[in-house]
Design a protein around this ligand. Structure first.
Ligand code: NAP
Length: 272
């Protein structure tokens, strides 16, 4: 490090578990870039001050994680169009007017769908969850013309709100909302197999938990994509595999979103 080192970081609460510092510092080392990336734990009540401080210190950019991905938007000078559709930002870029917000989760998802062979175009997709990450998944599914998106969530109201938000931008999308235990109401469920995205936080750091336990459900999963990457095999993935389906975790999404953020910062630094 020297007087010209560019500083980047991850704001969230907690951030201690994150792999992002390891990923970004490794990329920088590989490309011999004068770049350092640090974890920055920030409590909800300090978010505005933290963004102002980072801008004043001329941090070149930041990643944003739980619980700030939506709240951070009010402190930005500009928001990329796709991030605005999703309603969440995970990457900030220093510009002369303030930080501009992007969402690279959707870029990471799209790339990993392709590399993992998870088909969505023209498919009936079941998505478990309707939280922040599900917003990126839902917008991507609509953009890629999924035939129908079944959003199954514990809280129906959150899922209905997500459905309404997706329809604002993609009015032709077909979206149905159900509870997590209502999969049997999906038309023809017991005659078909589905590609399923697990986007709830159930199973995070706990390989004994899954959002749905019934074997009945897993009999009808063709391909299960779990956004969680810790543990590397979740109970959801294990159950999919036990019933003969294919399953992957969210590690490729994580790596691809990190690379996409890095590229935004690199381009920003060149243009500054
Ligand atoms: P979030 O906004 O907190 O949403 C959590 C979701 O999980 C909601 O749908 C919530 O349902 C559901 N949920 C939580 N506890 C539940 C329970 N006990 N039973 C049933 N449903 C429950 O979180 P998020 O930001 O969307 O993140 C979701 C997961 O994606 C996390 O595990 C995160 O690690 C992972 N993720 C991975 C990547 C990657 O790069 N691979 C990127 C982003 C996120 P309610 O609406 O009913 O509360």
């Amino acid at each position: 490090m020297d007087g010209k080192t560019r500083v980047y970081g991850l704001i969230g609460d907690p951030v201690e578990h994150s792999l992002s510092p390891l990923i970004h510092n490794s990329i920088a080392e590989m490309f011999k870039e004068n770049f350092v990336y640090v974890p920055l734990p920030v409590k909800k009540e300090n978010l505005g001050e933290a963004i102002k401080g980072a801008y004043a210190f001329h941090f070149g950019g930041m990643n944003v994680t739980v619980p700030h991905k939506q709240a951070v938007m009010e402190y930005l000078c500009d928001i990329d169009e796709v991030a605005a559709q999703i309603g969440a930002v995970n990457t900030l870029l220093w510009t002369k007017d303030g930080y501009k917000g992007f969402n690279t989760d959707i870029i990471g998802l799209e790339k990993s769908f392709i590399s993992d062979g998870f088909d969505v175009t023209g498919e009936e997709i079941i998505m478990l969850g309707a939280g922040g990450a599900s917003r990126a998944v839902g917008i991507l599914l609509a953009r890629k013309n999924a035939k129908c998106i079944y959003i199954l969530n514990r809280t129906l109201e959150t899922a209905e709100n997500l459905k309404a938000d997706i329809l604002k931008f993609y009015p032709d999308a077909r979206i149905e909302v159900l509870g997590l235990d209502e999969y049997g109401r999906i038309p023809g469920f017991y005659q078909k197999k589905f590609n399923v995205i697990q986007a709830t936080s159930v199973g995070l750091s706990d390989a004994t938990k899954a959002p749905i336990y019934d074997d009945d459900f897993y009999e009808h999963v063709n391909f299960g994509y779990d956004l969680i990457y810790n543990p590397l095999e979740t109970l959801f993935m294990k159950k999919v595999r036990e019933k003969g389906g294919k399953a992957v975790n969210g590690i490729h999404m994580l790596l691809s979103q990190a690379v996409a953020s890095y590229e935004i910062w690199r381009e920003g630094a060149v243009n500054e």
